[in-house]
Design a binder for this molecule. Structure first.
Ligand code: ADP
Ligand code: ZN
Ligand code: ZN
Length: 736
């Protein structure tokens, strides 16, 4: 007998914007079938693809005899619970992105396959009583096994399997045989004591922090969004942690998003010091099994705190109590390729769906968020001064036009650095460009060393003695002479390597460290540097954007921005906002301790209004005037945008596709949308591909979205849609 509801709507990982209907293979299975459960299905040429049930319906658009049966049911209970599925479907609808890809993107890798043998069991290793190195003498053990035993002995307590395998990556076999020999023991968590490390710092919160916390706690069981607007060092993290304490005490969980986890080890340590609950950390550096473990622990409610970067927004929480996003303005929250979602915006949506509150924290809130606060959609909490004894740094614009220079550094700056070092303080220099010089140029004929695939200059790296394209990553051997006239090439522009070189000549007795992607490739390299800065081993720190976020360097009293002018003249309408944010973040690294800090800004444009407003009146004032500009030119947040991004090797195909796409959209929308394009992206060529955009703008969100689905269906079948690469970016954050 057929039951009424027996059509399974299934999402499959495919770029097609649709779901697929299947039939259950046995009547009995209907009992256990629920949305969020994975099923194995025949799909196209794949006989055993995996899909997720989205809904179970009594009707299908397709004739019954055309529908296929599923192969089998993978899960006993949903891997995606209904609340979570609801969020994923919402995201798929809002971003007009295929549901199959949205789900694929949100699941840990091990759950993307169609087997359920990957349930992770948490267990610990410890030494058995009979073990000591001496009596191990009778049993043959390998060098690595000795190391493992030594490590377990030194630690003196059980070590989590994953942790141990991080230290000894190939230890699996060794551990099994040690266990067989009775030298080590496997334990499940129940019998293991976890080290307590609850060291709450003895801090008396100031009145602003108190007010913020009280307001947030007052609404903690309902949906309210807070903009926590406070300078770096004003005590935002203390506010988060106090709120989190309350949430955890009432048995709920906290989700905390951070910009780039590799860059904020100190912050993670602070959370670990403060809370002795299970913390799940989600970021791209994890192994698949670690990811799955954290996912399961937060889904089951075991992990009380989930810390992570952008993708942590997809972590399911059993009992969400607060959603927090630190540095909400940070561009890393926007995924820039494939499924182009904003974790910040999704956090706000998710908070609403789950009826919990959200805190968006920043020293330099994005204009969108300020706009929402001004409209009273968000409650604006301000921490107006630095917490504790630290004060705001002093700014100094250093006009370097016509000034004497040591390469990228002016004589005046060198003298200032000397003064600060003499006082036994630390100095931080910021330049957002790695390598030695930014291009090689022939003074005689004008030839430039360029990456052919990207048509941008190669950067010369002295340490590797090679030329590198910072866009596509290709590199080649260094060349000294012009290939055309054989004269020696000039090296123009400078990067962090060159600053390091100038400094080591000027300050031969100081310890200098350079932090950029070239020096921090190895695991823990970044941590080692940060530790050395904190112990005072390093006197001068040179770095790129990597050093600007989150770090707390109490002894840095001078920060210098070497090339402040980049970004002043960009065609991206967000460039001023981004420059101001970067500027404030960099300067936030100084004067965080008891001593006052100074920020020196080297510039050829000392009269630029952006610098003046920022330095004289601060970020808040500047953001007001930037918002006015946006309003008068009807740019976001005063309008809504989407980009159709198109790229291909053949520039004509790209332009043709965009023109055609624009024509169809105009037809569907009856010319109610503003379209601009084809417009070259800021990065016009990348790895041999030409990149152009169609900019779609609307005065209200509804209009922007109204015709998208129909239009995208059209694009999928349009001429050229298979030869060019195209994607839709809703609420785009940059024009690159
Ligand atoms: P933010 O997150 O805004 O950068 P933090 O919460 O990290 O600020 O605080 C900066 C520093 O000031 C930290 O070392 C923190 O321990 C300390 N701090 C925060 N609040 C107070 C307070 N009320 N009194 C004294 N020190 C504080
Ligand atoms: Zn030449
Ligand atoms: Zn290149």
């Amino acid at each position: 007998m057929k039951t009424k509801k027996d059509f399974l709507r299934v999402a499959v990982h495919t770029p097609l914007r649709r779901t697929f209907d299947y039939l259950p293979n046995k009547e009995t299975e209907l009992k256990i079938l629920k949305p969020g459960i994975r099923v194995s299905i025949p799909f196209g040429k794949q006989r055993n693809a995996s899909g997720v049930i989205i809904s179970i319906n009594s009707k299908s658009e397709y004739p019954y005899h055309k529908l296929k049966k599923i192969n089998y049911v993978i899960d006993e209970s949903p891997v995606i619970d209904s609340k979570h599925l609801d969020l994923l479907i919402w995201a798929s609808t809002y971003y007009h992105h295929p549901i199959g890809e949205v789900i694929h993107n949100a699941l840990p890798t091990l759950l993307r396959k169609n087997d359920n043998t990957n349930k992770y069991e948490d267990f610990f290793w410890s030494l058995s009583e009979k073990n000591s190195i001496s009596n191990a003498g009778s049993i043959k053990i390998s060098a690595i096994q000795k190391e493992i035993i030594k490590h377990l002995k030194e630690t003196g307590e059980p070590i989590n399997d994953l942790e141990l395998k991080k230290i000894f990556p190939s230890a699996k076999r060794s551990l099994i045989s040690l266990e067989k020999n009775g030298l080590v023991r496997k334990e499940t968590k129940g019998n293991v004591k976890i080290k307590k490390n609850n060291t709450k710092e003895n801090i008396t919160l100031n009145e602003y922090q108190d007010t913020a916390i009280n307001k947030i706690l007052a609404s903690i069981n309902s949906n309210c969004v807070y903009l926590l607007d406070g300078l770096t060092g004003s005590g935002k993290t203390e506010v988060y942690m106090t709120v989190m304490e309350n949430v955890i005490e009432s048995g709920n969980q906290c989700l905390v998003l951070l910009p780039e986890i590799g860059l904020t080890p100190q912050l993670i340590q602070r959370f670990k010091n403060r809370f002795d609950v299970q913390i799940g950390i989600q970021h791209s550096g994890l192994s698949n099994i670690e990811r799955l473990k954290h996912w399961q622990d937060s889904k089951s409610g075991k992990a009380k705190i989930i810390l992570g970067t952008r993708s942590a927004i997809w972590t399911p929480l059993k009992n969400p109590g607060i959603y927090i996003i630190d540095e909400e303005h940070d561009l890393s929250y926007k995924q820039q390729s494939g499924f182009q979602y904003s974790a910040r915006d999704l956090l706000v949506v998710r908070a609403k769906k789950d009826n919990v509150s959200a805190i968006l924290g920043s020293a330099t809130p994005s204009l969108e968020t300020i706009f929402n606060a001004n409209k009273n959609r968000y409650s604006h909490l301000i921490l107006p001064k630095r917490a504790g004894v630290a004060r705001q740094p002093k700014f100094r614009l250093l006009d370097i036009r016509g000034k004497k220079m040591h390469g990228p550094l002016s004589y005046i700056l060198i003298e200032e650095i000397k003064k600060h070092l003499k006082e036994k303080n630390q100095v931080l220099l910021f330049l957002n460009r790695r390598g030695y010089s930014t291009y090689l140029y022939c003074h005689n004929c004008g030839w430039k060393a360029e990456c052919e695939r990207c048509e941008i200059p190669f950067t010369y790296h002295k340490s590797k003695n090679n030329l590198k394209c910072h866009q596509c990553g290709s590199s080649k051997k260094n060349i000294k002479c012009c290939p055309l006239c054989e004269l020696e090439l000039l090296r123009l522009g400078h990067g962090t390597e060159q600053i390091e070189e100038v400094l080591s000549k000027q300050f031969p007795n100081s310890n200098i460290a350079r932090i950029d992607r070239d020096t921090t490739r190895k695991r823990n390299a970044m941590n080692n540097y940060l530790e050395k800065v904190n112990t005072g081993e390093i006197d001068i720190l040179v770095g790129t954007q990597m050093i600007t976020k989150g770090h707390h360097f109490p002894n840095v009293t001078l920060t210098a921005i070497i090339d402040a002018d980049r970004g002043l003249f960009s065609t991206d309408f967000r460039a001023s906002e981004r420059l101001a944010q970067l500027f404030m973040q960099v300067s936030g690294r100084t004067g965080r301790g008891k001593k006052e800090g100074t920020v020196i800004v080297q510039t050829y444009n000392p009269d630029h209004p952006l610098f003046h407003t920022l330095i004289k009146h601060g970020y808040n004032h500047l953001s007001k005037s930037l918002l006015k500009e946006r309003k008068s030119s009807l740019l976001p947040p005063y309008s809504h945008m989407a980009f159709l991004r198109v790229e291909a090797h053949n520039i004509n195909q790209v332009k043709y596709f965009i023109k055609n796409a624009g024509m169809h959209l105009n037809k569907f929308s009856k010319n109610t949308l503003q379209l601009f394009g084809p417009i070259p992206a800021l990065i016009e060529k990348h790895s041999g591909r030409f990149r152009y955009q169609l900019i779609i703008q609307a005065s209200n969100r509804k209009n922007l979205h109204a015709h998208m689905d129909k239009w995208l269906q059209k694009l999928e079948t349009m001429k050229g849609s298979k030869t060019v690469r195209w994607s839709l970016d809703i609420d785009p954050q940059d024009m690159s």
